[in-house]
Design a protein around this ligand. Structure first.
Ligand SMILES: NC(=O)c1ccc[n+]([C@@H]2O[C@H](COP(=O)([O-])OP(=O)(O)OC[C@H]3O[C@@H](n4cnc5c(N)ncnc54)[C@H](OP(=O)(O)O)[C@@H]3O)[C@@H](O)[C@H]2O)c1
Length: 304
């Protein structure tokens, strides 16, 4: 009889062109024992050497077809409508992507007994008394947060085997698509642009490699339910920026401290936020690197 170790795990990644999706694939494609299938909404993948099928998650039949054709053991759902401000005006579309799309994935997961790993956010909270644990009560203040909370609820009632990971402020080694916060700070200041950064938004920023590693452990140990996955340090966005400035020897006079209200953004932000990671630390030995360690990895891998 074949040992389980000799059977390749089939992993399907939704949102493979996105920030998290890319990094997950970059790391997992080097692992033995994994057969990857990837999908995003764009026609082409940024990984020409990995099997890819374009799929709009708002199209139920396409979602089901890709899942039934590949028969995955695990689905990592890193797809989402992530523009927080646009979610306020594009309500129908953001609901379709963030909630209906997830429902379609769940329907197929339940039939095939596929383990769904879904990525959620600290934006399910109002940001009045963070950092938050898994047992705190969500109360989103933005439409994006409402869609993400609704996606969590849809998964919980779906009957699919699932893990929901809440995370916050993703950054790390990615080379395509939109810039993450760290590269935006570095690029802007190096170009001589002044940046205005808020002092009143508190988080524990999450290095993408730590999140990708946590997902791998969740798969390995078959951990189900809700887990917070974040960084080791809880700090304001301004203090995070100053760490980046310091590490990359940038000129701090290019950074102006402001408060969130000055930005007049369409969507309200949870201010005192962040995620307590004790459950992940104790249940699957999650050990995030420090911010300085993560910046050193980015500097090396991205030639920053
Ligand atoms: N970024 C953060 O700081 C942060 C913080 C907390 C939680 N999260 C959560 O983490 C997850 C990953 O975030 P991210 O920053 O990696 O997002 P991202 O870079 O915006 O990527 C989102 C992905 O979703 C795909 N997508 C969007 N609409 C789609 C549709 N209709 N059908 C199929 N795919 C669609 C996009 O595909 P294309 O690129 O092909 O269009 C993209 O690959 C999301 O669930 C997000 O809510 C992110």
């Amino acid at each position: 009889m074949l040992s389980q170790d000799l059977i390749k795990k089939r992993i399907l990644v939704f949102g493979s062109n996105g920030m998290l999706g890319q990094r997950v694939i970059e790391i997992y494609k080097k692992q033995p024992g994994i057969e990857l299938m990837t999908t995003s909404s764009e026609e082409n993948s940024i990984f020409p050497d990995i099997p890819y099928v374009p799929c709009d998650v708002t199209h139920r039949d396409s979602v089901k077809k890709i899942i039934y054709d590949f028969v995955p053991d695990v689905i990592i759902n890193a797809s989402a409508y992530t523009n927080v401000d646009k979610c306020e005006t594009e309500r129908e579309l953001s609901w379709k992507v963030n909630v209906k799309g997830v429902e379609y994935i769940c329907e197929a997961c339940r039939v095939l007994d596929t383990h769904l790993i879904h990525i959620s956010t600290d934006y399910v909270f109002d940001g009045t008394k963070g950092p938050y644990s898994e047992i705190d009560t969500p109360s989103p203040v933005s439409y994006y947060g409402r869609t993400k909370l609704a996606s969590e609820n849809a998964i919980k009632v779906s009957g699919a085997a699932h893990t929901i990971i809440r995370t916050n402020v993703l950054y790390g080694v990615i080379s395509s698509g939109r810039l993450d916060f760290v590269r935006w700070v570095v690029n802007s200041i190096r170009k001589g642009e002044k940046i205005r950064i808020v002092t009143d938004q508190i988080n524990n920023p999450t290095f993408l490699d730590d999140l990708a590693g946590a997902i791998a452990e969740i798969i390995r140990f078959k951990k189900y339910g809700l887990y917070n996955v974040g960084g080791r340090e809880l700090l304001s966005r301004y203090d995070f920026t100053m760490k980046i400035v310091d590490f990359f020897n940038l000129d701090p006079s290019f950074v102006t401290a402001i408060v969130t209200a000055e930005l007049n953004q369409p969507a309200k932000r949870p201010l005192k936020s962040g995620l307590i990671i004790l459950k992940a630390e104790s249940e699957f030995n999650y050990k995030p690197v420090s911010i300085d360690e993560s910046l050193a990895i980015m500097k090396k891998e991205l030639n920053l």
